[in-house]
Design a protein around this ligand. Sequence first.
Ligand code: NAD
Length: 432
Amino acid sequence: MKLCIIGSGYVGLVTGACFAEVGHQVICVDNDQRKVDMLIAGEIPIYEPLLEGMVHKNVGAKRLSFTNSVEKGVDESEVIFIAVPTPPQPDGSVDLSYIEQAAREIAVVLKDYRVIVDKSTVPVKTGEKVAATIRRYNRAGAAFDVVSNPEFLREGCAVGDLMNPDRIVIGSSNEQATALMKKIYEPFMAPILVTDISSAELIKHAANSFLALKISYINMVSRICEASGADIENVADGIGADKRIGRNFLNAGIGYGGSCFPKDIAAFIAISEHLGEPFELLKEVQRINRTQCDRFIAKIREALWVLKDKKIAIWGLTFKPDTDDVRSSVAIDIVNQLVAEGAIVRAYDPKGMEKSQQMGLVPGVGFASSPLDAVQDAEALVIATEWKEFSNIGFQELKALMHTPLIFDGRNLLDPLVARQFGFTYYSIGRA
Ligand code: NAD
């Protein structure tokens, strides 16, 4: 099938590559000319495992191309996906201006029947607004249908998630559009759930909020572990072994971050209030998440007493491992807090340093060339992102390089017993 994706970021580019991989003809559109130039030159603007090879392969096979022209994409495709940002506004509600702009841009060039699919995460009822916008700006009076098809990929394993999804949600009120959507997803051989548009939109916000709730739940339990001497890993294993609950998203740590959870939970709260059914439970989820990071910094402060002029190494800047995405990363919040209190911070991240620097997220921080380079002469090491390579570093080597053998492990990455055997003072989350 001939498909167009508007917005070639984490979602749009990976979706485009995976659609091309299963044989569709895909045009990815972006209004960031620099990004389009990079993609045409064969450079991938984001780091995502397996993505680069897949993009190159499908560009080579002439199934995947890039442009800044919405008109070209709409003219040459049967189905148009919108995958533009939906960032938060200061009050937590969603800034829908990118969606509105994309809808308008499609409308002015729409000549024949097309299915317009919203893949961005949007508040319930957005589909109706998109349809109204297209009707308003489409002078040709072309027929179209709007469909909601929320995306559930996780950065760091986005290609795998897209190729093998747990389910595909199609929110549609038109049989022709539903049939086209089913045809697009047929090669993925995944369960397809067809719903009305509002339910599909709601599924995405409700799913992310539930996952965030699981994280805050286990983080709160971790505090009770700390207060009672129990061990959060044992407790999480015991809870997670129950099939009704599951072990995923029960890892205690410094809280969730990233470009999705914080904004989606805030958005769901805002929508619930707008609809007159305030979702107070989610406010507690937010509160626990916020204070989880504060408590971690308090532990560092407690152990080091005065942070001013203390040399602190940070491992990890991205919001999770296997990505270069540093948007709303808790690691970045921690770094900035330490710098604000006068610490001398040297950070290392396998993929996140360039973007942190480009986006000016961590002013006043030195960047190291390796995890071991970061800890040279450090008075403490803070682990803020659970990159696998950090867990392979030998304690002996670490101790030889550090000024003081002191570790704050915000992701429970290391083994407390082994750390202590090697003479480290070791703090983690919810473990004695
Ligand atoms: P992103 O910022 O990485 O990418 C968005 C792209 O859209 C950018 O390249 C931007 O230049 C482009 N763009 C903006 N307006 C445009 C326009 N009018 N025409 C053409 N291009 C335009 O964002 P993302 O992380 O891919 O997120 C996109 C949406 O998907 C959001 O709603 C997000 O909540 C949702 N989502 C994200 C993830 C994730 O893990 N990143 C997962 C599921 C859903």
